[in-house]
Design a protein around this ligand. Sequence first.
Ligand code: ARG
Length: 473
Amino acid sequence: MSDDTKDNTPLNSSTSTMWGGRFSAGPSAVMEEINASIGFDQRLYAQDIRGSRAHARMLVANNIIPAADGEAILKGLDQVEGEIKAGDFKFSRALEDIHMNVESRLREIVGDGAGRLHTARSRNDQVATDVKLWVRDALDGLDGALQDLQAALINRAEEHAASVMPGFTHLQAAQPVTLGHHLLSYTEMIGRDRSRIFDCRARLNECPLGAAALAGTSFPIDRVATAEALGFSGPTRNSLDSVSDRDFALEYLSVLSILGVHLSRMAEEMVLWTSVQFGFMRVSDDFSSGSSIMPQKRNPDAAELVRGKAGRVFGALMGLLTVMKGLPLTYGKDMQEDKEPVFDASDTMELCVSAMTGMFASATYNTDRMKDDAGKGFTTATDLADWLVRVLAMPFRDAHHVTGALVKMAEDKGVGLEDLSLAELQTVEANITDDVFKVLGVDNSVNSRLSFGGTAPANVLAAVKDARERFLT
Ligand code: ARG
């Protein structure tokens, strides 16, 4: 696509003497610059032409325009689309936006008959339709990309169903968990993102075309037919709302923002886990970079950027919320500001999802190190308390107290719980037996967590199967 939208009009005599000192061109050029959206809305060309085709066919079918003009318009639209695709189309800023650029070229190709295309239509319903179609395509693409991410996560989870690692709350060692279980928690997060995509798509899928400028039209149009032709579930119900609604853009940005929260949390764990201090994970060379001064460094740049770019996506959402708040019905030119944040956030998240998929698919995990760390910080204390409840029939609160005393003893001696002798354990609770050592190892701990949704390796394998069915089929 050629981006020939800069107007290099030389300094002219119409430059305002009152305020024109800093402008190289007159007020009309400034107006053109602030008014035009073609610099960015040319990305809507395929959706715009698709909408025009559906509209033209409907106009012919309802005898609103002559069939011959309709045919010429459809042929002309094919040509315009071909020119844009091939990069042969000259976009003009003077023609403001994609709608007028396409229509103007159509008129050059087809002649005056092209002017009939805009019967019973306005740029207001046209742009709402175009952006909806674009967002719908973007949602579908994102859903596919997220499915790929889930596939990568599920494969790694299966591989590490029984790899033990420390589980954290407050970023403090809490209880041993399995790496597979940890990775499947990400899969659930992404699953909810995909279900938000599904909801957003269903809600946006009503066609505004035919609302015209705001009030509908006096022509006998068939809005159900255009809606169907464009893959919508039906037409929007109120013409005023049709041209003033940008909820779908806000919802799309909300979907992307919550996804951004998820990806940035995953990315943050990558940053932590790849540090020398954690040493749990190694991101492949393709996704790491070195330092120009410190030869030993391997920086997780891609993960840091995913973490950072979430902020940019939130900015897009906040920006558009602010544009839309307080706008009186119906269409206002303010709404032209919907496109750049939507496009930017969309591109940004597409890139982030690909980077995360690549990083998860190629990462290596230091399972020895993780297992070593899994037992540090008395992470099996809950298992000990549970044993006291189960075997000695102690109330849990009392068991918690006894365990606390044993943790203190181990801490004072600088050893783990499993390193205390039976005699030492019995100084706190005389009825403890040898059997207790069975629950103190990290493997025993995770193997025992068989409750539904728990971390046991057997559960992880079942959850992998279940996740494949729910998300990948
Ligand atoms: N470029 C405009 C936009 O993006 C198209 C609609 C313009 N409508 C109008 N009545 N000026 O919102």
